[in-house]
Write a protein that binds this ligand. Structure first.
Ligand SMILES: *[C@@H]1O[C@H](CO)[C@@H](O)[C@H](O)[C@H]1NC(C)=O
Ligand SMILES: O=C(O)CCC(=O)C(=O)O
Length: 291
């Protein structure tokens, strides 16, 4: 009953709808206990090193937790997609237990909304929960007469901690907005799309942190114009027959970081397909820079 329209329908027509969120500020305290948790300060400390981040086992009273194999934790897999597009995958960006701390915090404290939006004169419910956080003074987002509420980072200091960790891991990055998404089950999904809104410029760097249920993330090369419609009325020579598009798959685990950069949004599409076996929720944080 929640997902009235397929994601693909919503996506194709309303990319920016995900940025719409309704908000009841008064319902959420600004100073939450987790803000000053040992986990948060550990994350800050761990993130202050010059190497890619490692996290010690942490959590409530997690003083002196066992260090994971640092080399394993630091491993980042860089995939050159060609043509100036690149994906960076850090499977263990946040250690398991610390990541469950983040998950619980986000699950409980974020003012998730699943807004009903107007789609071609009809009402549709967005097929996942979202929340939007952004710096002040950025371009206002408007859609179908609605203006999404951009929450302040100050409302959720834990998000600032995660942002800092992401900045530390990606030198030179300056994210100023965050789209949070919560997928309740394996039947929540994201169909093929690119985050190619002009708002983000021609070569956006987009960093996604995953918490909870692990899901497969797919990338496929967009068809070029000639591949999509070969010739102009002529029969395409056999040698130009379209072959299967290049595709890459990443398993986005709990606590992982995935970064798309360069021309990835221009030349590639990505998706998180349905998975019958994915029965528990997944939260995905997508950091972006609005120009
Ligand atoms: C995160 O969720 C958004 C909105 O559904 C989607 O566009 C994006 O592809 C997702 N990213 C990852 C890495 O799951
Ligand atoms: O819901 C979808 O299918 C796609 C979401 C989307 O458009 C986006 O996050 O850019």
């Amino acid at each position: 009953m929640v997902c009235i329209l397929p994601c693909c329908f919503i996506h194709r027509n309303f990319r920016l709808l995900v940025l719409f969120t309704y908000f009841q500020k008064s319902a959420f305290a600004t100073h939450l206990p987790l803000h000053r948790s040992p986990m948060a300060s550990r994350l800050r400390l761990a993130a202050s090193g010059e190497n890619p981040i490692t996290y010690s086992k942490s959590g409530a009273g997690g003083e002196g937790g066992t260090e994971r194999n640092p080399e394993e934790a630091r491993r980042r897999e860089v995939t050159d997609l060609g043509g100036g597009s690149e994906v960076v995958h850090v499977a263990r960006f946040v250690a398991r237990e610390a990541a469950w701390g983040w998950f619980d915090y986000l699950d409980k404290r974020i003012p998730w909304t699943r807004p009903t939006i107007r789609v071609f004169g009809r009402s549709a419910v967005q097929p996942r929960d979202t929340c939007y956080v952004a710096d002040e003074g950025l371009t206002d987002l408007r859609y179908s007469g609605h203006q999404p509420h951009a929450h302040s980072w100050d409302e959720f200091p834990v998000l600032k901690d995660i942002l800092n960790a992401v900045h530390e891991a990606l030198p030179g990055s300056h994210f100023n907005s965050l789209l949070l998404n919560r997928y309740k089950t394996g039947s929540d999904y994201v169909s093929w799309h690119a985050d190619d809104e002009p708002l983000y410029g021609p070569t956006p760097e987009i960093a996604s942190v995953t918490f909870g249920c692990e899901r497969e993330f797919l990338l496929r090369k967009k068809l070029t114009k000639s591949q999509a419609s070969p010739g102009s009325g002529e029969v395409a020579p056999k040698r130009l027959k379209v072959s299967a598009p290049q595709q890459h798959s990443f398993l986005l685990k709990h606590g992982s970081l995935l970064v798309m950069r360069g021309y990835t949004q221009r030349d590639w599409q990505h998706s998180v397909p349905k998975r019958a076996k994915a029965s528990s929720p997944r939260i995905n944080l997508t950091f972006r820079r609005v120009l």
